[in-house]
Design a protein around this ligand. Structure first.
Ligand SMILES: Nc1ncnc2c1ncn2[C@@H]1O[C@H](COP(=O)(O)OP(=O)(O)OP(=O)(O)O)[C@@H](O)[C@H]1O
Ligand SMILES: CC(=O)C(=O)O
Ligand SMILES: [K+]
Ligand SMILES: [Mg+2]
Length: 583
C-alpha cells in the first residue's frame, strides 16, 4: 500500500501519468490519481495497464487514503466546434429529453419497400428510431435501391441522422417468379396449379407459376408436399410432365411474388441438387458489386452454408472497397448454417436469425430454441446479432399488434439481441411507423424492467482474445462494465479507432449507455447496429486527457451531459479505465 501511495505522490501533480519514481520492473502497471474535480468530492481514478510485455502486474490502491491533491488544474476551455463532432440527431434529442438511463439499447432495422421509400416516409422512420435501413435485393430493381440509398444519405446529411444501410442478397433459394404485374394470386382448396421452369414469352397461362430453379421438375417426386413461404400455402405434387409439375392445392392461401418454395418428403425437407446451388449466385455478385460501389455499410448474405463463403466474400470486399469498411452479416436460415454455426459466426461480422426461411427448413417448434442459441453464440463470440421476421406480422394489416407478437418482441429484447428487424411490416405494410413505435416502446419497457429488477442473469462470458493485447482490452472492458454497474455511473465513454473496444463493452450489456467516440463516419454508422452503443464521430488524439476535455465541453455545450454526471472512460490507444465526474 505504501508503495502505491508513493506512486500517487510521485505523479499526483501532473495530469500526464509519467513513469513512477519507484523502481518497478517492466512491464508495469500504473495506478494514478488525478486531481479532485471542482464540482465533486469524487476523485478521479485511473487504472492503466501497460501492454508491453507478457506479464504485467496490476497495482491497485485504496483511493481514499487522505491523498489531498493540490493544483487541481481546471479543464481548459475548449471551443465547442460542433463541426468536429457528429452524433445522430434523434439520439441526441432522446438523451436531452429523457437522460442517459432511458435511451434505447436495442437497435432497430426497417426493410424499405414500396410503403416506405419516399423521402418523407424514410424520414418518419428515422425519427421513429430506425438505426439501419435494409434493402432486399430479392425485390425491386437496382435503380430503385440506388434511389433509396441516396435518399437515406441525403437525410443523414441534411438532418443529422445516422441511418446505416444494409443490403440483403437474394441468394440461390428456390422461389416463384412474378405474376406479370399482379401483386398476388389466390390459390383455392383443391385447385390444380402448374409449377414450371419454362420461360413464358407472353402472359402466364392461368394457374401457372414460374419457378427459378432449373432442376425443379427433376428433383420433386409425385407425392411430395410443396410449401410456399414455409407453409402459408401448401400443394401436393400429383404429376410431372417434362418441365411442368402439376400440383393440387391442399392449404389454400395468398401467393405473393417471389415467394420461397420448399419441398418435403416423408416429413422432412428435401435437399437434392438444390443443396449444391452456390450461396452467392451470379446475380448476387452483381448486387454485391453494386453495394460496394454505393458504399453500403452492411451486406447480409442469404442462405449461408459454411464459413468459406463468408471468408471469400470478405476478401473480395477487401480487394474491392479500399477501406474495406463493409461488414458482412451471415443470415442463419438453413439447416447447414445451423450445423456450422460457430465457424460461420466467427468468420462473419455479425449474424441474423432469419426466422422466415429458417422456419421453412426446420420444424417451427425448433425455431425458438435455435434463436436463443444463435443469440448466445453471437454474444460469446462478440458479433452483433439481429432477430428478424414476423415480429409484428399482423401489423402489415392492422394498427395494433397481437399480444403474442408483443411477447415475441419482448423475448428477443430479453435475450439481449443487438437488433430487431421489421420486414413486410415496413416494406409493404399499412402501418410502418406504428410497427416501429411498437418495437421502440416494447424495447424500452423491457430493457427498463430487466435493468431495474435485475431480472437478467449475468451471462458468463468466455475469453475470446487471440492475442495478449486483446486480452488486456477484454479485461479492461469487462472490468469497466462491472464497475459501471456497481458504481451506477451515468455512461461509459470509449475512444476507439477500430470499434473493437466499443463492441467488447457492448458485449457486457452494462446498465448504462456506452458513448462510442470514433474518428470516421462510416465506423460510426456501423456501430449503430450494436446493443447499447451511442456512436459519435470525433477527431481525437492519443492524449486521453485532452480527449476528455474536448468531449466534456462539446457534450456540455450541446446539453447532452452536465456537471456532476459520473462517467467511466476507456480507450484503445491508452489502455486505461478512468472514473470521473463531469467537471
Ligand atoms: N424493394 C421492394 N419492392 C417491392 N416489395 C418489396 C420490396 N422489399 C420488400 N418487399 C415486400 O415486402 C415483403 C417482405 O419483405 P422481406 O424483405 O422480408 O422479403 P422476403 O421476400 O420475405 O424475403 P427474405 O427471406 O429475404 O426476407 C416481400 O415479400 C415483398 O412483398
Ligand atoms: C429475413 C429473412 O431472410 C428471413 O427471415 O428469411
Ligand atoms: K433476401
Ligand atoms: Mg430469408
Amino acid at each position: 500500500m505504501a508503495q502505491s501511495l508513493n506512486l500517487f505522490n510521485s505523479i499526483s501533480h501532473s495530469h500526464k501519468p509519467k513513469t513512477p519514481q519507484i523502481s518497478l520492473n517492466f512491464p508495469y502497471a500504473v495506478v494514478s490519481r488525478f486531481p479532485l474535480s471542482k464540482t465533486s468530492e469524487k476523485p478521479y481514478l485511473c487504472i492503466r495497464a501497460a501492454a508491453t510485455g507478457p506479464n504485467p502486474s496490476v497495482l491497485t490502491s485504496d483511493n481514499g487514503a487522505g491523498g489531498v491533491v493540490s493544483a487541481a488544474a481546471p479543464f481548459p476551455a475548449v471551443s465547442s466546434d460542433s463541426s468536429s463532432f457528429e452524433v445522430d440527431s434523434v439520439t441526441e434529442a432522446e438523451l436531452k429529453e429523457n437522460g442517459f438511463r432511458s435511451t434505447r439499447r436495442t437497435k432497430l432495422i426497417c426493410t424499405i419497400g414500396p410503403a416506405t421509400c419516399k423521402p418523407e416516409q424514410l424520414e418518419a422512420l428515422a425519427v421513429g428510431g430506425m438505426n439501419v435501413a435494409r434493402i432486399n435485393m430479392c425485390h425491386g430493381t437496382r435503380e430503385w435501391h440506388k434511389e433509396v440509398i441516396q435518399r437515406v444519405r441525403r437525410l443523414n446529411e441534411e438532418k443529422g441522422y445516422a441511418v446505416a444501410i444494409m443490403m440483403d442478397t437474394e441468394g440461390s433459394e428456390i422461389h416463384m417468379g412474378d405474376f406479370g404485374g399482379a401483386s398476388s394470386a389466390k390459390a383455392e382448396d383443391g385447385e390444380i396449379w402448374t409449377f414450371s421452369v419454362r420461360a413464358f414469352d407472353s402472359a402466364l397461362p392461368e394457374h401457372t407459376i414460374n419457378v427459378n430453379y432449373e432442376g425443379f421438375a427433376e428433383d420433386v417426386k409425385v407425392g411430395d408436399d410443396l410449401l410456399v413461404d414455409g407453409g402459408m400455402v401448401r400443394f401436393e405434387v400429383i404429376e410431372k410432365i417434362g418441365p411442368d409439375v402439376k400440383c393440387r392445392c391442399t392449404d389454400p392461401g395468398l401467393l405473393l411474388p417471389r415467394a420461397n418454395l420448399t419441398f418435403w418428403r416423408d416429413g422432412s425437407l428435401v435437399r437434392e441438387r438444390n443443396a449444391m446451388l452456390p450461396t452467392i449466385s451470379s446475380k448476387d455478385w452483381l448486387d454485391i458489386d453494386f453495394g460496394v460501389a454505393e458504399g453500403v455499410d452492411f451486406i447480409a448474405i442469404s442462405f449461408v452454408k459454411s464459413a468459406e463463403v463468408i471468408k471469400h466474400l470478405k476478401s473480395y470486399i477487401k480487394a474491392r472497397a479500399r477501406d474495406s469498411d463493409i461488414s458482412v452479416i451471415a443470415k442463419i436460415e438453413s439447416i447447414d448454417s445451423l450445423k456450422n454455426l460457430e465457424e460461420i459466426i466467427l468468420a462473419s461480422d455479425g449474424a441474423m436469425v432469419a426466422r422466415g426461411d429458417l422456419g421453412a427448413q426446420i420444424p417451427l417448434e425448433q425455431v425458438p430454441s435455435e434463436q436463443q442459441r444463435i443469440v448466445q453464440v453471437c454474444r460469446q463470440l462478440n458479433k452483433p446479432v439481429i432477430v428478424a421476421s414476423q415480429l409484428l406480422e399482423s401489423m402489415i394489416e392492422y394498427p395494433t399488434p397481437t399480444r403474442a407478437e408483443v411477447a415475441d418482441v419482448s423475448e428477443a429484447v430479453r435475450q439481449r439481441s443487438d437488433a430487431l428487424m421489421l420486414s413486410g411490416e415496413s416494406a409493404m405494410g399499412q402501418f410502418p411507423d406504428k410497427a416501429l413505435t411498437v418495437l421502440r416502446t416494447v424495447s424500452l419497457r423491457i430493457e427498463k424492467w430487466w435493468r431495474e429488477e435485475k431480472r437478467h442473469e449475468a451471462m458468463e462470458l468466455n475469453g475470446i482474445a487471440s492475442s495478449f493485447a486483446d486480452s488486456i482490452s477484454e479485461e479492461i472492458c469487462n472490468s469497466a462494465a462491472k464497475m459501471a454497474n456497481n458504481l451506477e455511473v451515468d455512461a461509459i465513454f470509449v475512444y476507439t479507432k477500430t470499434g473493437h473496444m466499443a463492441s467488447l463493452l457492448s458485449r457486457c450489456r452494462p446498465d448504462c449507455p456506452i458513448f462510442a467516440f470514433t474518428t470516421t463516419t462510416s465506423l460510426r454508422r456501423r456501430l449503430n447496429l450494436q446493443w447499447g452503443l451511442i456512436p459519435f464521430r470525433l477527431s481525437f488524439s492519443d492524449d486521453m486527457e485532452s480527449n476528455l476535455n474536448k468531449t466534456f465541453s462539446l457534450l456540455k455545450a450541446r446539453g447532452m451531459i452536465k456537471s456532476g454526471d459520473l462517467v467511466i472512460a476507456v480507450s484503445d490507444m491508452l489502455q486505461s479505465i478512468q472514473v470521473m465526474n463531469v467537471p
